[in-house]
Design a protein around this ligand. Structure first.
Ligand code: FEO
Ligand code: CA
Ligand code: CA
Ligand code: CA
Length: 671
């Protein structure tokens, strides 16, 4: 890798000084959006955004859910609990004895709650806050925590994990069944949340479930395989990270790190009968040159690029699921583009069109917005079910002036996305959205994870989790199949960015269909103690922390690696983390007001067990329950040597689970 500093490149300190002016202007008056998403005036009148009365906790390494005094949690469902009384629960005490290698394990897992829950969304039944349907993503498996003597993710580099899968190919069926989505009815009875076994809503969607392909890429040449010669039906969904919910009550699940499932890019390259454009597209998605992370190709040739070169094009989409109709077939909404989707947050714009905000979670990837052609019909749910079929995908360019542009990803023989650039039609543009975004000059970000709209202001928040490869100086390098400059830019101002940051977007005219916006650094995560807390972004250093200009460090909690985010009804921003914390504590949940004098006053609300990532961050409609996913507790351990015993304690195996946090005696969470 060569390192250079372009002589004519603006210094990022200068760019940040321009940004400061923008911040001061914004602080002079809060923008009010006209979005249909806004909370009703009575909600605003009854609670102020500063109403966060809990006593903050400190970071901790405790192998437990730690909450402020006066708060409690219920364990809603664990990995392996059966959704049906006709199928037994997983006996986790037998994991180290090989219970998941027994003949019926995969079949049973297809009826049990999946592994490593990530996003969760709550769909109320009859408008109730104590009864609904929960959709949970089951993102991935760490096989070392499931099978005895399986090195899991730790054995990838020395091929030991692959050798294990070859000895026990049934691992593939079990782990395919443990991923995807779990849909389960939940209810609060006698004060405690629990799931409803045998509910008509209970459903598993796995890496083999038939899923329709919708939108402009349906039937495209690149979508066809020998198992689906029409290119209209994919098999399964996996790597489901964050998600979203539509205003018409459907669930959006985001297919993220799909590159880790496909093996043998080198062998595909060696074939002389394959369109080189397919190889380029896989390189842009950083497919594995030989074995893959999960080794599914050992038992299923769909995951061998040399055998099924186009199979990866059928993944990396947003998938829409109707949680209230367990017989419905989910649909991959290809109009929303193909990349490592973290989540999808829809907003109804004033003109009735739907804007869907999305992040692509890889280093130096982009932020996107889809705008539907059709308009939301509040009283016609069925009509809304096709709103995500047609529209225009855009990608964000963040300018140093504090303004930005949404750039349309549209095939046009006379535009930049044409045949000379390698695109034959709009399906090509969507399938290779990352390539198209790069050609349009989108701003490479520090791993955009969850993107959410504030329900009280309409402003958009983007969690950029971190980027250790962001360098202080300019540096041209090849990453993800194209050359980029790894230097900081105004919207990604730190090199290296070890703790991540959050960007705030205000759409021009508070119109979510606008193609222009203004933006602000809202948070530079880190340790705000000592002289690290800055209120002037022109002073940023690698270890600086910036909390939306909030100046009293004694009020603030350290935070690192923001990932999923969520809002309560009064516009407080809730953040859960996935990565090293500045105080060396476990991952947790944090909250900050986004307006008023406490804007940026971020405090820690919860800490998760050892080795976990905290995900989800979803409120019941009355704000009295906060649903959280605890993903991969005990990461780095094994079935013989568990590093966490959460949730069951003693000598038990760790199990990813969904919890529901409540205030004892009732009241909004955080109040
Ligand atoms: Fe699956 Fe981007 O976290
Ligand atoms: Ca995530
Ligand atoms: Ca979210
Ligand atoms: Ca993450």
């Amino acid at each position: 890798m060569t390192r250079r500093r372009a002589p004519d490149a603006p210094r990022f300190e200068d760019l940040l000084a321009q940004r400061l002016t923008r911040r001061q202007v914004l602080q002079a008056g809060a923008a009010i959006a006209g979005s249909a998403l806004l909370a009703s005036p009575d909600v605003m009148a009854s609670r102020s955004p500063q109403q966060l009365g809990f006593k903050p906790i400190r970071g901790t390494k405790a192998d437990a859910i730690v909450l402020p005094p006066g708060y409690t949690h219920d364990l809603v469902i664990r990995w392996g609990e059966s959704l049906s009384s006709s199928v037994p629960d997983l006996d986790a005490s037998k994991l180290n004895a090989g219970v998941l290698l027994e003949p019926k394990a995969a079949e049973q897992q297809r009826s049990q709650f999946g592994q490593n829950c990530d996003a969760i969304h709550f769909f109320p039944l009859n408008g109730r806050s104590d009864h609904g349907v929960l959709c949970a993503n089951n993102e991935y498996t760490d096989d070392g925590l499931m099978f005895p003597d399986n090195p899991g993710l730790r054995g990838i580099r020395n091929a030991a994990t692959r050798a294990y899968v070859k000895r026990h190919p049934q691992v593939v069926a079990v782990t395919k069944a443990a991923q995807g989505v779990s849909i389960v009815e939940v209810e609060r009875t006698r004060g405690r949340w629990q799931f409803v076994k045998d509910s008509k809503y209970n459903r598993r969607i796995t890496a083999d479930t038939p899923i329709n392909i919708g939108g402009p890429a349906r039937g495209a040449a690149l979508m066809k395989t020998k198992d689906d010669p029409a290119g209209q039906r994919a098999f399964g969904t996996f790597a489901n990270c964050a998600g979203g919910e539509t205003p018409w009550g459907t669930y959006l699940t985001a297919e993220e790190n799909i590159q880790d499932y496909f093996a043998n890019l080198d062998r595909l390259k060696a074939r002389n009968d394959v369109d080189p454009f397919i190889v380029d597209a896989h390189r842009r998605f950083r497919m594995w040159s030989a074995q893959s992370l999960y080794n599914w190709d050992v038992a299923d040739s769909r995951f061998d690029l040399a055998v099924t070169p186009t199979e990866p094009f059928r993944f990396g989409w947003i998938v829409e699921i109707d949680p209230l109709d367990p017989t419905s077939t989910p649909v991959k909404r290809t109009a929303l583009g193909r990349f490592a989707h973290e989540g999808a947050s829809p907003v109804i714009a004033r003109n009735g069109r739907v804007a869907v905000y999305m992040g692509d979670d890889d280093k130096f990837e982009y932020v996107y917005k889809f705008i539907s052609n059709g308009r939301f019909e509040p009283k016609n749910r069925q009509a809304n079910r096709t709103l995500l079929e047609q529209g225009t995908l855009h990608v964000a360019r963040f300018d140093a002036s504090g303004k930005g542009q949404w750039l349309p990803l549209v095939f046009d023989p006379k535009g930049p996305l044409n045949a000379a650039a390698g695109f034959r039609d709009q399906a090509d543009v969507l399938i290779k959205a990352r390539m198209a975004a790069y050609l349009l000059g989108a701003t490479p970000m520090d791993r955009p994870e969850d993107v959410e709209a504030n329900p009280t202001t309409g402003r958009i928040y983007i969690a950029c989790t971190r980027n250790e490869s962001r360098t202080v100086e300019s540096g041209a390098t090849t990453y993800g199949g194209r050359e980029i400059d790894t230097a900081p830019n105004a919207a990604n101002p730190r090199g290296a960015n070890n703790f991540g940051h959050i960007i705030e977007i205000t759409e021009a005219g508070d119109d979510h269909t606008s193609l222009e916006f203004s933006w602000e650094v809202f948070l530079l995560a880190g340790d705000p103690s000592g002289d690290r807390l800055i209120t002037d972004l022109s002073q940023v250093k690698a270890d600086s922390a910036y909390y939306a200009g909030y100046a009293n460090a004694a009020d603030l909690s350290p935070i690192g690696s923001p990932d999923n985010i969520g809002f309560d009804r009064i516009g407080n921003l809730w953040i859960v983390t996935d990565g090293a914390q500045p105080d060396a504590g476990n991952n947790g949940c944090f909250v900050t007001p986004t307006s008023g004098p406490d804007r940026g006053r971020l405090r820690q609300f919860m800490s998760g067990p050892v080795g976990c990532e905290v995900c989800g961050c979803q409120f019941s409609p009355d704000d009295e329950t906060l649903f959280i996913s605890i993903q991969h507790p005990g990461e780095g351990g094994s079935t013989a040597d568990p590093r966490s015993h959460w949730p069951d304690g003693g000598h038990s195996q760790p199990r990813a689970s969904v919890i529901a946090i409540r205030k004892e005696g009732g009241g909004p969470v955080g109040s």
